[in-house]
Ligand binder design. Structure first.
Ligand SMILES: [Zn+2]
Length: 542
């Protein structure tokens, strides 16, 4: 997800400030942590206490290979009803216990039910949200099963198994569901005849280190965490519905005013779609990837969208080239860019990014040549590597997702070079920002208690005292941290580190420890500036 793009001119100034350097207020202290955490300040090299095996760096522009092994498999037969604002149907989910523990119960996530009471999570939802109906849950081995909602979090579904699923054992779970789509101009919701249908079906949670991971949903940034799967999805919808989706549309049949569309989406962590009868679609082949741009033909009314769609293709092309060289080539056949109502600037999903269609309105005439669109779109495409290809628990370690992806914006501008790069890198370099400086005035103004503030990036979302603090720290300071890692290592070397990280953890889930082992395995353990940066900003020790 990217930060909010704000439309009014006055707000844009604030937005630009947030998007550029804004150093001091949110920077944590190296010196001040001495008393609280002496182990990190006595010697910078304490970030690494064990010998790390050397890692070979893959060649620039190397392919990212799909895995050979078995993955989870969802077959979904769905019906989308725009009049009722519902989506639902039958799911056949085949999977296996990929842990070493027997599973006596399953944990599923049902995020749409949170929209039953969105006062907690979203500022404004007009109507349409509600509790997801889940029925006919069946275990292929034992028959019908019941479920319970977690009393502390209605998005958490517990299914007690009739008999344990042993390590390595397979089963097929079938269930029916009906989800209500709220009227909400956001990543899950309907607005202006466009439906963003994301995180909409009950999905298996991740089982990690002996327990099911079910971090709380939050609306700022990304918080989804699921296993790599193949998706085979059929959606019935009214004739004239135009779909953007994860994966690729493989067939569409129209009969009796209804259309039935089939999608195949291999090796992804989730399946989402956006749909509208108003969508226009433009397609270009870029770097062997079919890039589609979807936009509403009626909103904005009669506006010539050519400049906007041209810019989208330009940014997609540069992103696929820059990130493909730096991190390994985009492995999928298709990438969809959806211009749609969205409160944030953008949101990433496998093979699909949503960019707020506010960038198509009067906003662009003030800020040609679409700086915000460019910044936001390259960020969301960066997530295709750091969320899509390399997964992580973005609720527990959001920096691995959003800080690293915010840094990909600078990789994009590095690729373009010249003044545009100089403009965008200002404020992130060591010469412009000392990550050990302290300025607590802003925090005092906001009434944030010092003892409630972690000095480190690798902490859960729940450790941040406010959303503003989380956003500034994870997106902006985290971006500066990653850029300063690049400065400490050298650009080619740090790109190589990220390429090795992608190569090693492609289609798996990585942790901060995994990241550090790749970093030091690639560049060695003797770089004092690198060690100081890591010890200052990360609490993970290897
Ligand atoms: Zn993001």
């Amino acid at each position: 997800m990217s930060k909010r793009i704000v439309i009014s001119l006055a707000s844009v100034l604030i937005g630009c400030f947030m998007l550029s350097s804004c150093a001091g207020p949110f920077i944590r202290a190296g010196k001040e942590r001495t008393a609280k955490d002496p182990e990190t300040t006595s010697e910078s090299s304490k970030a690494v206490t064990s010998k790390i095996d050397k890692i070979d760096i893959p060649e620039e522009g190397c392919p990212v290979e799909f895995p050979d092994g078995e993955v989870y498999d969802y077959v979904m037969d769905l019906k989308f009803d725009p009049d009722e604002q519902t989506v639902g149907g039958h799911v056949t989910f085949t999977f296996f216990n990929d842990s070493e523990d027997p599973w006596n119960e399953l944990c599923m996530r049902d995020y749409p039910s949170l929209f039953d009471d969105m006062n907690v999570y979203v500022l404004k939802v007009k109507d349409g949200g509600g509790i997801t109906r889940i029925e006919n849950i069946t275990d292929s081995r034992t028959g019908g099963l019941e479920y319970e909602r977690d009393p502390d979090d209605k998005s958490v579904i517990w299914i007690k198994l009739g008999k344990p699923l042993e390590a390595g054992e397979h089963m097929t779970l079938t269930y029916d569901f009906l989800t209500l789509i709220p009227t909400n101009p956001d990543r899950f919701g309907a607005a202006g005849g466009i439906y963003n249908v994301t995180n909409f079906y009950p999905i298996l949670a991740e089982y990690v280190n002996g327990s099911w991971s079910h971090e709380r949903y939050f609306n700022t940034g990304e918080c989804f965490y699921s296993e790599l799967s193949d998706y085979h999805v059929t959606i019935e919808a009214p004739e004239g519905s135009v779909f953007a989706s994860t994966g690729e549309e493989i067939s569409s049949v129209t009969e009796g005013g209804r259309e039935t569309v089939k999608f195949e989406a291999p090796f992804v962590r989730d399946f989402v779609f956006s749909v509208s009868e108003f969508f226009e679609k433009k397609t270009e082949d870029i770097e062997g990837v079919k890039v589609n741009v979807f936009y509403s033909k009626d909103k904005p009314a009669q506006q010539d969208m050519t400049d906007v769609t041209d810019k989208c293709f330009d940014v997609a092309g540069t992103s696929l080239k820059a990130f493909g060289e730096a991190f390994g080539r985009y492995p999928y056949g298709e990438l969809d860019i959806v211009l749609s109502p969205l409160k944030a600037g953008g949101m990433e999903y496998p093979n699909l990014v949503i960019i707020t269609n506010e960038v198509c309105h009067e906003y662009i005439s003030v800020f040609e040549p679409y700086d915000q669109l460019e910044n936001c779109l390259c960020h969301e495409i960066g997530h295709q590597w750091f969320m899509g290809i390399v997964g992580s628990n973005s609720g527990a370690e959001p920096w691995l997702d959003e800080s690293v992806t915010s840094y990909t914006e600078l990789v994009y501008y590095e690729y373009l070079g010249g003044k545009v790069f100089d403009d965008h890198v200002a404020g992130y370099r060591r010469m412009d920002r000392d990550l050990t400086e302290v300025d607590r005035d802003k925090e005092r103004e906001e009434g944030i208690l010092e003892e409630n503030i972690s000095p480190y990036l690798d902490v859960p979302y729940s450790d941040f005292p406010t959303d503003l603090y989380y956003t500034a720290y994870i997106y902006d300071t985290g971006k500066a941290f990653c850029y300063q890692l690049e400065e400490a290592c050298g650009r080619e070397e740090f790109h190589g580190v990220l390429r090795a990280y992608v190569h090693r953890y492609a289609f798996k889930n990585a942790t901060t420890k995994d990241f550090l082992e790749v970093l030091y395995g690639c560049v060695g353990q003797d770089n004092g500036e690198l060690n100081r940066l890591v010890a200052t900003m990360l609490k993970t020790r290897i």
